[in-house]
Design a protein around this ligand. Structure first.
Ligand SMILES: [Zn+2]
Length: 189
């Protein structure tokens, strides 16, 4: 296929495709084709086209991370895990810049919220008495949710802990622990 056609098809796909799996395939295939053409005649590739292609390559990486998070979403067994996935999804928002993918991300977050509602809370369940007391102290000292003003709770997953709004899945707001909060938590181990 001619280089201009490959580029046109890639740009059209990014602008219109709502299926992230197919779009990821299209980007990877197009970049492979274009790399081969670049090796033959690099003078056909102006700097702004190269910048667009690098942006497409970063988009394919973001889609890859999005798909991993979607897999994690279906495995979530507690609200803490579900909220951790919601954080990952939100953190990808800026990198999933095509409008169709932004809609896809919103849909995934809505479905995650529906699935999370009946799940059990998990924070502090695995902790001993001393740790639970420290968590209660930290939670009562933590500033409220910056988005809705309700209290925050310590949410824990296998990978760590973070402050999440107690009203999740109604509110998705979260923030990382501060250094001194981490050290209090660690001191109880
Ligand atoms: Zn909130």
């Amino acid at each position: 296929m001619d280089m201009q056609d490959t580029v046109a098809r890639l740009k059209q796909g990014i602008a219109t495709m709502a299926d992230e799996v197919k779009l990821q395939d299209l980007i990877l295939w197009s970049l492979q084709e274009l790399r081969a053409q670049y090796r033959q005649s690099s003078d056909l590739f102006p700097p702004d086209l190269i910048a667009d292609l690098q942006r497409a390559a970063r988009l394919a990486e973001a889609i890859h991370e999005f798909r991993d998070a979607v897999d994690d979403a279906s495995d979530a067994r507690t609200r803490d895990e579900a909220m951790d996935v919601a954080r990952q999804l939100e953190s990808l928002r800026a990198r999933l810049w095509p409008p169709m993918l932004a809609r896809r991300l919103d849909k995934e977050l809505r479905e995650l919220a529906e699935r999370a509602a009946p799940l059990p809370e998990a924070h502090t369940l695995k902790r001993g008495a001393i740790q639970r007391r420290i968590v209660v102290e930290l939670e009562s000292a933590a500033p409220p949710c910056t988005r809705c003003g309700k209290r925050v709770v310590l949410r824990e997953t296998a990978d760590g802990a973070f402050w999440g709004c107690s009203t999740f899945p109604r509110c998705f707001s979260s923030r990382p622990l501060k250094r001194d909060e981490w050290s209090s938590l660690e001191s109880a181990h």
